[in-house]
Design a binder for this molecule. Structure first.
Ligand code: NAD
Length: 501
């Protein structure tokens, strides 16, 4: 395990508690031990937000929505605050990347150059879109003016996971705030710090107090209380499919109130024998197995490959996976970060074990990296010989595991590409444009990449089909869901010249 450090993890200064009404406030509920996944070292003991603190945060957000002026600010003035926030996030990218990576699985270079950079781009994208979104005027008799206006929902509860804490929080904060909502954010209990820092920077940029509050806490206590709060008007959740279903049930029982769910995935690379450049394809596959040690919702964790090239491609992928350099998230040379917890590593092993007992063979990896202290690192793993029902194919593993499925003809490729449960994203690699488009239209997934892989533009919508969720993030669709639409119909008076014509 490499250790050449990009920063000193012991010197990072952390935010002090929840962020409510423009200041830090210590939690008052269950204790939460925050640890560094890279070496298992204890960082801090936080207290989650109790019912009282959740109530306080939501009432503060509701008050800010009604009377802080943020929701009624003109687009130019709101954009100015958002741009000031983007400037501050950009200026603090080192510190944000350190806060992010020290307690999470994100390598600091990825946190800085990907997550912070994309977060800045997201704020600016939504700030700049505000004066370009036009409301509607409906065709009517001239004596009537009939219009539809966008209005913010009110208080948005935003709940984010641990696997890319900063960027996934920002995918909610930037559009929800741009639309004029107030937000109460609950980051994962494992990784609360980057989100707290984002809130304090927003405050410094001029966002009124209460428009963005952040609560530390467990999902089934603080999170559930937040979702069920009567003054929460909209719930935006990113996490596992199981938790998403619970959140939706709670939102229904306590409202009903609208929810958007960004959930799990099991995305395939479909590789046809005519794929333009197998080395490049192998690079992409290996990169996305290793990135964040496979703990990415859209990771390409299945390889659906044409039999004629299967052996050759698998060999190329394995060669590249062996180059992975495990190391702590603060290392400047590591390319494979840790698994978030020992529990998650056991889950990976459990799925691999069940898969093997139903016939899967592990041809690469399959075990933890030895001598890594108290951090858990998992060797990039390749499994073959599975039916679609095998656990290694059927379940989201959330680790660096590639499940290989081989096909003989294009129809079979399309059948295998469609996962029975998930539909977050997929890729097809081929030189044949007809087949690429046919696959792109056939595959039941929210995103299909052709001869490429991975999220890149903030302008393109991202979000799942099937049990990967609903409600897009990024792009204008990611903004639109934070508005309600109000119809106003105005009967013009007797003096209307047009009406008397
Ligand atoms: P998780 O579902 O355990 O937790 C996610 C968040 O929800 C955490 O903040 C947690 O505290 C909270 N939570 C859990 N139960 C809750 C409840 N009943 N009420 C309210 N809040 C609750 O997920 P995780 O382990 O943190 O993240 C990994 C999962 O997230 C994977 O399944 C991954 O695919 C998914 N994910 C999806 C996307 C996407 O865009 N589709 C992006 C990243 C991660």
């Amino acid at each position: 395990v490499g250790t050449s450090a990009a920063f000193n993890p012991d010197a990072v200064i952390f935010p002090r508690g929840c962020w409510i009404e423009g200041r830090y406030e210590l939690g008052d509920d269950d204790e939460i031990e925050v640890i560094r996944p890279s070496d298992g070292k204890w960082v801090k003991t936080e207290r989650g937000a109790s019912d009282v603190l959740v109530d306080k945060a939501v009432l503060s957000a509701a008050r800010a929505f009604r009377s802080s002026g943020w929701s009624t600010l003109g687009p130019g003035k709101r954009a100015k605050v958002l741009h000031a926030w983007a400037d501050l996030v950009d200026a603090h990218r080192e510190h944000l990347a350190q806060l992010e990576s020290v307690v999470s699985t994100r390598l600091v270079q990825d946190a800085k150059h990907r997550d912070v950079a994309l977060s800045v781009a997201l704020i600016r994208y939504y700030a700049e879109s505000l004066d370009k979104l036009h409301d509607q005027v409906h065709p009517t008799d001239p004596s009537v003016l009939s219009i539809t206006l966008r209005e913010a929902h009110g208080v948005v509860a935003a709940i984010a996971p641990w696997n890319a804490p900063l960027l996934l929080a920002m995918a909610k904060l930037a559009p929800a705030l741009a639309a004029g909502n107030s937000v109460v954010l609950k980051p994962s209990e494992l990784t609360p710090y980057s989100a707290l820092e984002l809130a304090s920077l927003a405050h410094r940029a001029g966002l009124p107090s209460g428009c963005l509050n952040v609560l530390i806490g467990y999902g089934n206590t603080t999170g559930a209380k937040l979702v069920k709060h009567p003054q929460v008007d909209y719930v935006s959740f990113t996490g596992s499919t199981v938790s998403g279903a619970r959140v939706m049930a709670d939102a229904a029982a306590s409202g009903p109130k609208p929810v958007a769910l960004e959930l799990g995935g099991k995305s395939p690379h479909v590789v046809l024998a005519d794929a333009p450049n197998l080395d490049h394809v192998a690079d992409m596959i290996a990169t996305h197995v290793n990135r964040n040690a496979g703990q990415v919702c859209s990771a390409g964790t299945r390889l659906v490959v044409e039999r004629r090239i299967a052996e050759k491609l698998i060999e190329k992928v394995v060669d590249r996976l062996r180059l992975a350099r495990p190391g702590p998230t603060w290392s400047s040379t590591a390319t494979l970060g840790p698994i978030i917890s020992a529990k998650q590593a056991q889950r990976i092993e459990d799925i691999l074990g069940r898969g093997q007992s139903s016939g899967a063979q592990i041809i690469e990896g399959g075990t933890r990296v030895e001598s890594t202290g108290n951090g858990v690192f998992f060797r990039p793993t390749v499994a073959v010989g599975m039916t679609p029902e095998n656990a290694i194919v059927a379940e989201e593993i959330f680790g660096p595991v590639l499940a290989v499925q081989v096909f003989d003809d294009f129809e079979q490729a399309l059948l295998l590409a469609d996962h029975t449960t998930y539909g977050l994203s997929a890729a097809i690699h081929t030189a044949n444009l007809d087949r690429a488009l046919c696959a792109a239209r056939h595959i039941q997934a929210g995103t299909v990449w052709v001869n490429t892989y991975g999220l890149s533009e903030v302008a393109a919508p991202f979000g799942g089909y099937k049990k990967s969720g609903f409600g897009k993030e990024f792009g204008l669709a990611g903004l639109e869901k934070y508005y309600r639409h109000k119809h106003i119909r105005m009967q013009l008076g007797a003096h209307s010249v047009l009406g008397n014509r």
